[in-house]
Design a protein around this ligand. Structure first.
Ligand code: ACO
Length: 401
């Protein structure tokens, strides 16, 4: 059977007890039918399908549909879904002005937290979450608009005009077009890069109750609207221990700078008095190779071959780090394997995507997972999430001035 041995402690409250589990190391917060992970074996299934099969055989919109509806779409279902998603790719013109209020040097994740939350001010019909049709439209809007907003955040940061979406391109291809086309020169989307983009989005699409998805569920459990919930997920994703790791990997590789410096950084990663960690290594759940990292590494090789960049110094440092970590007893004993963020940063860099955009791309890819979890929760009976605490402060005392 799927799933670990489970002790149901939900009845303890009535007896006046609760459990203490910082970091949720052994606490399941919900039941879910969407994603299954076996971290010891390195297995990741969406609705029962292995991630490598989905990445190889499906496009991103098929995976979005699978996460939301439980099945791979038939050809007519796919055509209908694609048409609906394409219908929503533009954003309200007034959102353009919203962007202008940000400083040019704002981190694009800061912009995303703001503008995705601001969608609730534009699409009022999606705020009534009691109606299944409204929940559905909110899901479509978010999946459609995330790449548009992400590309706008980038264009704003470099002072270029926003580029409107092209609905004749694939999801990944359209994103590359909005990122790199200019009014003077269209960006010719290479099928290999568009497919790689789609694959990267698939590999990020869902990962059960990670920090950002749990945040989306917790926000949603109060009845908050879907745009506010996804904005809270984006905020949680930003941290370097979560989605921010792909950016941190590149920053680290640049800091290492040369293969001759690798040993010093490995020494620092092992030193318990130094907070430095080897970014892109280790995972809370996977104590084996992250199955997404295997597919990502392959996609990385394909992109580098297409672009003809094999001798990038940072890539050489990355390859050497991977080799050392797989042989060094410190990493082997702790089962610290390269995770999905280790390779995604390298592909993004090769594609010409600036480092500050890496976590934004993770957010775009993760959107259907966040929405699928939010929808799963609000479509059934649920109660507000309200963790308890162990109070360690002062005992009751009297105030005498
Ligand atoms: N470099 C060096 N040592 C590490 C690393 C690392 N990247 N990761 C874990 N360790 C060590 C810890 O110091 C600890 O050692 P100890 O037992 O001697 O004290 C041991 O391995 C276990 O680490 P924990 O922190 O207990 O593991 P946890 O499950 O809490 O953390 C995490 C997982 C946050 C991913 C961690 O491995 C890490 O910080 N990695 C780097 C950041 C990163 O790549 N994050 C992306 C995660 S994947 C994702 O979000 C898609």
């Amino acid at each position: 059977t799927l799933g670990p041995d489970v002790i149901d402690v939900s009845s303890l409250t009535a007896k006046g007890y609760f459990t203490y589990d910082p970091g949720f190391m052994s606490t399941a917060s919900c039941e879910s039918e969407i994603t299954y992970i076996d971290g010891d074996k390195g297995i990741l299934l969406h609705r029962g399908y292995p991630i490598d099969q989905l990445a190889e055989q499906c496009d991103y919109l098929e995976v979005c549909y699978l996460l939301l509806h439980g099945e791979i779409p038939t050809a007519p279902e796919k055509a209908k879904f694609q048409k609906i998603v394409m219908h929503h790719t533009m954003v309200h013109e007034q959102l353009h002005e919203f962007f202008q209020a940000f400083r040019r040097d704002s981190h694009p994740m800061a912009i995303m937290v703001g503008v995705v939350g601001a969608l609730s001010a534009f699409y009022h019909d999606s705020l009534d979450i009691s109606d299944e049709r409204h929940r559905e439209v909110a899901a479509h809007r978010l999946i459609s608009k995330m790449p548009t907003l992400a590309a706008m955040a980038y264009k704003y940061s470099i002072g270029q005009p926003f580029i409107y979406p092209r609905n004749d391109l694939s999801y990944g291809g359209n994103f590359l077009h909005m990122m790199f086309s200019t009014p003077c020169e269209p960006y010719v989307v290479s099928p290999t890069l568009a497919r790689a983009m789609d694959k990267i989005f698939i590999l990020h699409a869902d990962h059960e109750q990670n920090a950002s998805t749990s945040t989306v569920r917790l926000a949603g459990s109060s009845g908050a609207n879907p745009f506010a919930c996804i904005a809270s997920g984006i905020a949680a994703l930003w941290g370097p221990a979560h989605g921010g790791a792909n950016e941190a990997v590149l920053t680290m590789l640049e800091e290492i700078g040369d293969e001759s410096n690798i040993d010093d950084f490995i020494k620092r990663a092992k030193d318990k008095d130094d907070p430095f960690r080897l970014m892109g290594f280790g995972h809370r759940v996977y104590k084996n190779y992250d199955p997404r990292a295997t597919v990502m590494k392959q996609a990385c090789d394909e992109v580098l071959a297409e672009l003809g960049i094999a001798d990038d110094p940072l890539l050489k440092i990355a390859a050497r780090l991977e080799q050392i970590a797989l042989e060094d007893p410190y990493f082997v004993e702790r089962k610290l394997y390269p995770n999905v963020d280790f390779y995604s940063g390298i592909i993004f860099k090769a594609m010409g995507i600036p480092t500050e955009m890496f976590t934004v791309l993770f957010a775009v890819g993760r959107t259907p997972g966040w929405i699928a979890h939010w929808k799963e929760m609000v479509s059934g009976p649920y109660r507000i999430g309200r963790p308890r605490q162990l109070y360690t402060g002062k005992v009751a005392r009297n105030l005498k001035k």
